[in-house]
Design a binder for this molecule. Structure first.
Ligand code: PLP
Length: 352
């Protein structure tokens, strides 16, 4: 029986994506060949890559001033590629928001390229909120933020107006809510949270911001190289790209981002409602910054721990343990998670 999968990533995808990608592994487009054994330069795969790039711009409502890339190396590689491509080689300076483990990881890498100013940090309160009072002026090469903090369960509800380039790590809430994507100059997201299987990272970048740093960038790390080769500078991760395309087609065919947002809001309201009502549970973060995607929470009565854990396991729930750095529980409720799974969890919480 299919489990109720609350895993933080890799994570649940639409069932249709599993079925269709399994079919493509056996026989791709009736070609008598597997998706895994054809050239990435073949007509059939080039069509996949073209559509996988085009659908992102349609969903994000972006024009031709943006390029879409599918790269390897995970979102973690972007922690280094962003400063390599955007921070000036002389007196380079960038502004970062420190909102969690992943933001801190991005900061650590950027420091290897130049000066990093941290405009706000909630580290001392164990990342329980999103810092809000700050400005990024034009002396910075760019500003970097993390839209959703996968581990701590916080999410930026609004994005600041900055006087420099705006870069965002959207790994864990991309395509989950209606956002004006054109306020960003560069967006990146590891696919395995809300978009596809592990192994590919989406990068959406405004072409005009590139080539300004004076740095000699290794080709494989240079966005301009990847753009000029239409995201096939080297052999792309063909299977993750195909499965991501299927996920995005599923999203487009089911009402797009607005409909996904409505479903996600309903799921989050149901679970937060129970956490707030039930004296046994509490979130780790302040109410105004609560994430709609990853709900991290704790059980306040240790004596109920065993009962809770055996009850959710018996109910067919998987992937509810919190991240090792925070403890407690984490319900990751990405686009593909049905409301029914949240109802099952809430019923278990009520029964304690
Ligand atoms: C998971 C995650 C990452 C790291 O992604 P990898 O693809 O494993 O490198 C970075 N940022 C955020 C917000 C994440 O949730």
């Amino acid at each position: 029986m299919k489990k109720h999968n609350f895993s933080a990533g890799p994570c649940i995808l639409p069932q249709e994506v599993f079925t269709k990608s399994a079919e493509a592994i056996l026989d791709f487009n009736g070609s008598g060949l597997s998706l895994l054994e054809i050239s990435h330069r073949s007509k059939d795969f080039v069509a996949v890559m073209d559509e996988a790039r085009a659908i992102v711009k349609r969903l994000m409502n972006l024009g031709d001033d943006y390029e879409v890339l599918y790269l390897g190396g995970g979102a973690s590689l972007q922690f280094a590629m962003v400063p390599f491509n955007l921070m000036k080689s002389e007196n380079g300076k960038a502004a970062y928001l420190d909102t969690g483990t992943w933001a801190a990881g991005a900061i650590k890498e950027a420091k290897k390229f130049g000066t990093v100013d941290i405009l706000g940090s909630s580290q001392e309160s164990n990342y329980s909120f999103i810092p809000k009072e700050y400005t990024a002026d034009s002396s910075y090469d760019y500003f970097h933020c993390t839209s959703n903090n996968t581990i701590y369960g916080t999410q930026m509800k609004e994005f600041p107006k900055v006087d420099t380039l705006m870069v965002c790590d959207m790994s864990s809430d991309i395509f989950s809510r209606v956002v004006d994507y054109s306020q960003f100059d560069l967006i990146y997201a590891g696919a395995q949270k809300n978009m596809g299987p592990a192994g590919v990272t989406l990068v959406v970048v405004k072409k005009s911001i590139l080539g300004q740093t004076g740095r000699d960038i290794p080709s494989i790390l240079d966005y301009e190289q990847h753009i000029s080769k239409e995201s096939m500078y080297n052999t792309p991760p063909v299977f993750p790209v195909y499965a991501t395309l299927l996920t995005l087609q599923h999203l487009e065919n089911n009402g797009g981002i607005a409909a996904a947002e409505a479903r996600n809001t309903a799921k989050a309201a149901l679970l937060y409602g129970e956490i707030d009502r039930n004296p046994l549970f509490e979130t780790f973060c302040v109410p105004e910054d609560r994430s709609v995607m990853n709900i991290s929470f704790k059980l306040l009565d240790e004596s109920k721990k065993e009962a809770f854990e055996s009850a959710w396991k018996a109910a067919g729930i998987s992937g509810l343990n919190g991240h090792r750095s925070l403890g407690g529980y984490r319900a990751s409720m990405y686009n593909a998670l049905p409301l029914e799974s949240v109802e099952v969890l809430v019923n278990v919480m009520k029964s304690l």
